[in-house]
Every structure is written in structure tokens, then in C-alpha cells.
Design a binder for this molecule. Structure first.
Ligand SMILES: [Zn+2]
Length: 310
């Protein structure tokens, strides 16, 4: 059961690590016991999994490609405090030119993740799923490539920056985004979920969205926006103005640091440290008191769950 409001120190080890990981300055002293909890925001958490690339084959990179996704499903099912919901932020399957094979991979992926105990699971495409057919197979099997929903007072919006093979969100979708946000207060908590980074992280590696600056401009009037994305197969944290962008690890192979070498080649499998660099994360919505108490910090904490044991 979720009982975040009682009997739990808001500055336990997890919070501290996660807040520190976001680069904010954490002043824990003087906070214990003084936080007057606002009744308006309940703490909750969800799980983000990304870049599972079902169908990938490459023994030097991941000889356990057939077991990695089932392992992740089992690890999520074993979480002591189940998430409210789960989101997959794209590249569910590895790309293939064959439309039938693409659908077969998607059906296999669906069958594996059907074992997740949490039933509220949301799927987004990556360019591996969607760019060769503009999202047709994905939509057949998983539904819309963009959507929004509300959970516990937080507005979530999933943006598709992969179905267009030129890596654009596009004017039409930006208009949809603007109208989706228009009914919100400027201070409303907003979570953006997307696949590619919305800023120019490493455009030479396709780690950018062509019209990402326009998307960020649409988001900028809102004071409380956090972006969670995938695609780059590693953790990464970046700010555009007041908007935080957090990249997730992959569940197939890690990639090198942005622009750190000429080619974007996967980091090879290390038999001494199997599954190194692979994992998923839990994202926790802090309650209003915690958010207010930790000046300048994000309203969300991140806890990383590696698949391999370090
Ligand atoms: Zn991708």
C-alpha cells in the first residue's frame, strides 16, 4: 500500500541520493519535523523503462538479449512498493525493414510485458518502432503515439518525436500540445514524456529533435515542467532554463557519453559485470512540503535500479 504521508522520513537515504543526483543543493538540516505537509499533493511514484530493443541480436553487445526484458519485468514486479503506473519511453523493438517482422517483434514484446503485475502501463514509440512506417505498426498494436493524462494532480503529456523520419514533432502536434496545456495554470506540475532529447544533446548522433527548441518554447511559460526521455541509453541531466530533462538508461546496451567519440557505437558486454549500465528507474513525485523545503530542487526524485548487481 502507498502510505507515503505517514511513518516515512522524507529525507531518507533515497531522497538524499536522488536529490543530490539532480545537482541541486540539499539542505537537510533544520527540515526534519518542520515541514508542514500541504494536503494538496500526495507523493506517488511511477516506473520508466526505455529502449528495450526487442529483436536486437549482437552477442558481443548483449548475449542476454532474449532474457534482458523478462528480467526487467521480474525486477519491476519485485519492487517492494509497486508503482502507480509504468511507462515505456520508446524503442520497444529493434528496427527492421520487414513490416511483418516489425509486428511480430511488437507482439512478442507485448506478450512479455503482459506479465507486469501493475496493470496501468503506457507505451510510447521510438524511432526504431515508428520511423520506417510513420508509426503505423505501433498504432495498430499500442494505440496513439501521443497522448496526455492526469495523475494525482500532475499533468502528463507524451510527445511523439519519432514517427516523423526527420525527427520532428511537427507544427500540427505542437498545436495539439499548446491546446492540451492551455487549460492548465501556469504553475501546474507538468511531466513531458518523449523519446529523443528535446534539446541539441549530440545532433551528429541523432540525439536531438529538429524542432525541439519550438517545443521547449511552447513549454517555457509553464513554471513546473520536467521532461523524462530515453533514446541515449544512459542517464543524463540537463536544464533548458527552468525545465529539467532527464534521460533514462536502456534495457539492451549502454551507449557512450554524448559526443565522446566519433561514432555512436554500443559499449560492449563485460562478462565480469553482466548487464552493466542497464536498468530502469523509479520516479517519485515529492509532496508539496518536500518540494518547497528543498529550494531549487525538482519536484521529482529519481531512483535508478540497475539490472546487474554492481
Ligand atoms: Zn531511439
Amino acid at each position: 500500500m502507498h502510505d507515503h504521508d505517514h511513518g516515512r522520513d522524507p529525507f531518507d537515504r533515497r531522497h538524499f541520493l536522488r536529490l543530490a543526483g539532480l545537482g541541486g543543493v540539499v539542505f537537510a538540516s533544520g527540515l526534519a519535523g518542520c515541514a508542514t505537509r500541504a494536503a494538496t499533493t500526495r507523493e506517488f511514484h511511477f516506473v520508466q523503462l526505455s529502449d528495450t530493443h526487442w529483436g536486437f541480436e549482437g552477442p558481443a553487445v548483449n548475449p542476454e538479449a532474449r532474457t534482458t526484458l523478462p528480467r526487467a519485468v521480474a525486477a519491476v514486479n519485485a519492487l517492494p512498493d509497486p508503482p502507480d503506473f509504468i511507462v515505456f519511453t520508446g524503442d520497444l523493438t529493434h528496427t527492421t525493414d520487414d513490416p511483418q517482422e516489425r509486428r511480430r517483434r511488437m507482439r512478442e514484446f507485448k506478450a512479455i510485458v503482459a506479465d507486469l503485475k501493475v496493470r496501468d502501463v503506457r507505451f510510447m514509440p521510438g524511432e526504431h518502432d515508428a520511423s520506417l512506417d510513420q508509426g503505423a505498426a505501433f498504432q495498430e498494436l499500442f494505440g496513439p503515439t501521443r497522448f496526455s493524462f492526469d495523475h494525482e494532480g500532475v499533468h502528463f503529456v507524451a510527445i511523439d518525436n519519432v514517427s516523423d523520419p526527420t525527427a520532428r514533432v511537427g507544427e500540427e502536434q505542437r498545436a495539439w500540445l499548446a491546446s492540451d496545456l492551455a487549460r492548465l495554470d501556469r504553475g501546474a506540475p507538468i511531466v513531458v514524456l518523449t523519446h529523443r532529447p528535446l534539446f541539441d544533446l549530440a545532433p551528429q548522433w541523432d540525439w536531438a529533435t529538429r524542432d525541439g527548441a519550438d517545443v521547449v518554447a511552447t513549454l517555457m511559460p509553464y513554471e513546473n515542467v520536467t521532461v523524462f526521455y530515453g533514446h541515449i541509453h544512459q542517464e543524463h541531466h540537463h536544464m533548458t532554463g527552468h525545465i529539467a530533462h532527464h534521460a533514462a538508461t536502456s534495457l539492451i546496451f549502454p551507449l557512450p557519453a554524448p559526443g565522446s567519440q566519433p561514432k555512436r557505437t554500443p559499449i560492449p558486454w563485460d562478462a565480469a559485470q553482466p548487464f552493466r549500465g542497464l536498468g530502469f528507474r523509479e520516479i517519485e513525485r515529492h509532496d508539496a512540503a518536500t518540494t518547497a523545503a528543498v529550494a531549487g530542487s525538482a519536484a521529482f526524485g529519481i531512483e535508478q535500479y540497475p539490472l546487474g548487481r554492481a
